[in-house]
Design a protein around this ligand. Sequence first.
Ligand code: UD1
Length: 377
Amino acid sequence: MQKISVLCVVGARPNFMKIAPIMHAMRAHATQLEAILLHTGQHYDAAMKDSFFKQLNIPEPDIDLGVGSGSHAKQTAEIMLRFEEVIEDNHPDCVLVVGDVNSTIATALVAIKRDIPVVHVEAGLRSRDRTMPEEINRMLTDQISSRLYTTEHEAETNLISEGICASKIVFAGNVMIDSLQRHIKNAVHYHETLAFNQYDDAPDEYALVTLHRPANVDDVHVLRGLIKTLKIIAKKTPIIFPVHPRTRANLEKFKLETVLNKKNIFPIEPLGYFSMLGMMRDAKFVMTDSGGVQEETTALGVPCLTLRENTERPVTVTEGTNTIVGVEQKVIEEAVNEILVSGGKRGNMPEFWDGQAARRIVEDLEAWLLGLRKNKS
Ligand code: UD1
């Protein structure tokens, strides 16, 4: 019998650690499925892409759309145009998308209009903040998906409240944590990462900071305020700060880079996956606006302060190590002081964040796709 082809899409950095375990599980557990990997090219720098493919042992993409950066409309439209040609040439049986980046919605939209079922991994997360581009991407992708795999229980409640039929939803767990558990043994010690970035004077302990959300880094007032807050916190705890390309560009644009050249602040290049795992694992605490880092710190038992007003991943707060602190200096400082005194939240591992999420997904997917094929014939 001819295998069922599943076109798996990646585009941006956080997609890579989600697709890797799915590709591996398809090979190991779903003999009737044939995975085809497509990279849209949304992220293309070696630091944003190549090292992840290598470390996560993701095969070279079968198809690379080479789209690159641009405004949301341009990037999304370009992906759609190029992806439509791929669909015409390849006729996959199903398109599998992960997460909430522009590549996710762009490819899902093309597929469904060609009557190809869309499968969404990490469905149902909601921040309820429609100014976040990812929130729009999530809601729309979920509406046009035929099978939706969730990472936490609240996601299912969100989907049902938006009219999505419960029979399409499967609670599978967190594939990003599959990757973390598989690779934590390869984590690079932070001394090594700092030495690679020409810092020989590694501190004994540190806070890790990541910032890249448009709401935090595209607005000069917010970014200046956050950098000021980091300077204050650095007086108490050294800060290691891998700088995302978007953030670096804005620090230059707003002439804020020199502010980072302070004692106790270590700005470094974006990290590869193994270095990032080591940085998170060994940090005293983490301050971030990333969604994935909120989950990874929960899985590692490291306190996390989220520099946003909301989270689409509430289980990291109710069960994990996450605290939502926003961007006000006073609130952040108080939360940091609390961690320095008490050690901060240690949390518990959420249900099904057990390294088996990808296996659960591909086993269900194979059975579901076989059912679809049978119904068609
Ligand atoms: C994207 C995702 C975001 C995710 C983040 C992780 C959307 C809407 N946003 O945001 O959800 O958390 O990825 O990084 O899809 N750039 C480079 N090299 C690269 C890629 C980008 O220098 O390889 C620079 C470009 O100047 C580009 C900017 O970074 O304009 C932003 O890239 P983009 O993909 O548009 O969005 P991110 O901010 O990375």
